[in-house]
Design a binder for this molecule. Structure first.
Ligand code: PLP
Length: 229
């Protein structure tokens, strides 16, 4: 199974009707599938693994905007800092400091989203509300340490369930939290506008709840190998 262009056009038109954007999640998928979607007009792609991202970035067109959406280890930031356009998965201060440091070395400013744990599952990464506020206060108190990152909003993954009421509630919580901290703790609220939420099975609910950035993989590229999440 390869890239599904008609599904892509369908999802894109719904996404645009909400004024949102689409990140095509291409982890584990071959370069040719990404290129097919690129030729159909998609320019934003999301990847979860550093080495895979670096390899793909090296061979695919320059004007692709690469978003990193997976768990990011501090010692690997340096490999993606020269080119990554947004990191969705910042979930602690040490990581944010390292992104700032590596972006500084490249003379860049990297857009960052802060990942929040909204699901009921234990396994998902992300901060709770208190951890988020702690991080934001630190950034406010020491802005000189964060000249090379831009805080652009929040990211979250809903519980993997068919319970649409639960999913809706989790997305709603993320949006409310975003508005809450934006007014109180964000020095440049004009940039803090993104809500990265919504995957293949819950993107419609996410759009209804105010998502600005969907992350969709399997609907566009086909199901992934079970072992690779
Ligand atoms: C894999 C992944 C997605 C895409 O999931 P699909 O169900 O294939 O759409 C979105 N967000 C994150 C963080 C992911 O790891």
């Amino acid at each position: 199974m390869g890239t599904d262009i008609s599904e892509f056009k369908h999802i894109l038109s719904i996404t645009e009707s909400y004024g949102a954007r689409l990140t095509a999640v291409s982890k584990t998928k071959p370069v040719r599938d990404i290129f097919t979607l690129y030729q159909a007009g998609q320019k934003v792609f999301g990847e979860n693994y550093v080495q895979e991202l670096v390899e793909k970035q090296g061979v695919l067109p320059e004007d692709i905007q690469w978003h990193f959406i997976g768990h990011l280890q501090t010692n690997k930031v340096k490999y993606i800092a020269p080119f990554v356009s947004m990191i969705h998965s910042v979930d602690d201060l040490k990581l944010l400091r390292e992104i700032d440091k590596q972006a500084g070395k490249c003379n860049r400013i990297i857009d960052c989203l802060l990942q929040i744990h909204i699901a009921t599952e234990e396994t998902k990464f992300g901060m709770d509300e208190n951890e988020l506020i702690h991080l934001l206060k630190e950034v406010m108190v020491h802005p000189e340490n964060y000249h090379h990152i831009r805080l652009c909003g929040l990211m979250g993954m809903a519980t993997n369930t068919d319970d649409t009421i639960l999913i809706r509630r989790e997305f709603h919580t993320l949006k409310a939290l975003s508005e809450n901290v934006r007014n109180k703790y964000i020095a440049h609220p004009q940039y803090f506008t993104e809500l990265s939420m919504g995957m293949s099975h819950d993107y419609l609910i996410a759009l209804e709840e105010g998502s600005t950035l969907l992350r969709i993989g399997s609907l566009l590229f086909g199901k992934r190998d079970n072992k690779q999440v």
